[in-house]
Design a protein around this ligand. Structure first.
Ligand code: GLU
Length: 464
């Protein structure tokens, strides 16, 4: 059997988006499940849209997620040529000329104004349904020769009439499109750059890509790509088009929607767990046969099954995402979190603080925010608070004890018995009087973390 090879081929026009990361992840899982190779290469021919550092940012964010390509521009296999399209323009040009020589492509001399005019004169209401007519342009042989010499032409694929391009989509099953519904399309632009459809076919063929998983926005491109494979007489890879990712209202995610964190960078900066995002992304359009949710990278590789890719859109649920991050945060060794927090407190304190807060926080930022509550204790208790019997009793018991979690706990228990109160009536007055917060972790631990000085001073002031 042929070695499985998949790829992720972003344009370096921005940072790694949730959608791109999911595409990369599924291709990675697919390759690794079948002991194949996962390739990262760059579609950087839209020079005006490329951003500085786009490639590095894509690679770094993937690496943070734990997606390390077997081959990339930084780790090329010489057998497969260049991994950046901008470095192989000659190859596209030569192959396009080869198609011209075989009669499968031709030079089209229309200027953009002439093309617009042809469109305006055609029946097509919009450009998508417009079919290019090679007979339309009437120019003299001299003018044609002039444009040819000046390179003022694009190259179009010559589509055979009434030919069906069909593929068995991994996600959607059989899809078929007739060549008459496509029209001769551009494969090389007049500026010497290949179009996406042409370059991607050349790259996939040269890199021996066997399986392509990509977003469903590419479904309309696939028949065009099949036409190019047919013109060359090359075998095409197996395609699978992933369904869209929507927001909670069911609308396609828009990169402009600022209410959602959509870039992997955002999660990285806030201290989410990368394993959690990896796990979460794997379930955006795929489910495991055993319905498991928490799965490590290794488990996901083992369980990945392309037949289980979802046919309906997947919802990007940030609450679920946080839930995943919390599950993974609990498993992170304390030392690792302590190291990034750089808390000025002593080891024992840091240990208790981290082991308490990692149970409920999704991010390092959240843990850090909680640390500040202890490092800069509030001076005043907000709102009106009346000291009652519960607080007085607790204060007097605490004065007689060592300031340890166990002793604080036993003072709380004793207060309960003496005052004959329980639940909220017991905890809320003590919590407010000692921590100045309505919410927090287990009460005895929260009190201990503030330290004897702060807690006693607060109680003293309130009770005297
Ligand atoms: N650069 C294209 C994209 O990001 C790749 C499309 C493909 O995978 O064929 O959508």
């Amino acid at each position: 059997m042929k070695k499985i090879r998949t790829r992720y081929a972003p344009s370096p026009t921005g940072y790694l988006h949730i959608g791109g990361a999911r595409t990369a992840l599924f291709n990675y899982l697919f390759a690794k499940h079948f002991n194949g190779d996962f390739v990262f290469r760059l579609e950087d021919t839209d020079v005006a849209r490329n951003v500085d550092g786009g490639e590095a940012s894509q690679l770094n964010n993937l690496a943070w997620l734990g997606i390390i390509p077997d081959e990339s521009p930084l780790k090329p296999n010489p057998k497969y040529g260049n991994y950046r399209q901008s470095e192989k323009l000659d190859i596209y040009k030569n192959l396009a000329n080869e198609l011209i020589a075989k009669g499968h492509a031709y030079k089209a001399y229309d200027s953009s104004e002439e093309l617009e005019q042809q469109h305006a004169e055609s029946e097509a209401a919009n450009i998508a349904s417009f079919r290019y007519n090679p007979e339309w342009l009437k120019i003299s042989d001299e003018e044609k020769a002039r444009r040819d010499a000046a390179g003022e032409y694009s190259i179009r694929l010559r589509l055979p009439k009434n030919t069906v391009y069909e593929w068995d989509d991994l996600v959607r099953g059989k899809i078929a499109v007739n060549s008459d519904d496509i029209g001769d399309f551009v494969i090389m632009k007049s500026d010497g750059y290949p179009t996406y459809n042409f370059a991607v076919v050349v790259d996939d063929h040269q890199m021996e890509i066997t399986n392509v998983l990509r977003g469903e926005e590419h479904i309309t491109n696939t028949p065009k790509q099949l036409a190019i494979y047919a013109a060359f007489g090359w075998e095409h890879p197996i395609f699978g088009h992933l369904t869209i990712i929507t927001n909670m209202e069911g609308k396609k995610l828009s990169k402009r929607d600022k209410t959602l964190k959509q870039f992997i960078e955002d999660y990285k900066n806030e201290g989410y767990r990368p394993e959690a995002i990896f796990n979460f992304l794997a379930l955006l359009g795929w489910t495991s046969a055993d319905k498991a949710e928490i799965m490590s990278r290794e488990e996901l590789i083992t369980k990945f099954d392309p037949d289980r890719l979802s046919k309906s859109p997947s919802k990007f649920d940030i609450v679920k995402m946080e839930w995943f991050s919390k599950q993974y945060m609990k498993r992170v060794p304390n030392e690792e979190i302590i190291k990034v927090l750089m808390s000025p407190k002593d080891d024992a304190w840091n240990e208790l603080f981290v082991s308490t807060y990692k149970q409920s926080c999704a991010t390092i930022d959240e843990i850090r925010k909680n640390l500040l509550i202890y490092l800069n204790p509030k001076q005043e208790l907000e709102g009106d608070f009346k000291v009652n019997n519960v607080v007085m009793t607790f204060y007097s018991l605490l004065q007689k004890r060592d300031f340890t979690v166990e002793e604080i706990q036993s003072a709380i228990d004793e207060t309960k018995d003496i005052c004959n109160v329980k639940g909220k009536d017991l905890f809320m007055p003590i919590r407010l009087a000692t921590t100045f917060e309505e919410h927090g972790p287990e009460l005895a631990k929260a009190i201990y973390l503030f330290g004897a000085d702060v807690v006693m001073a607060r109680l003293n002031k309130l009770c005297s």
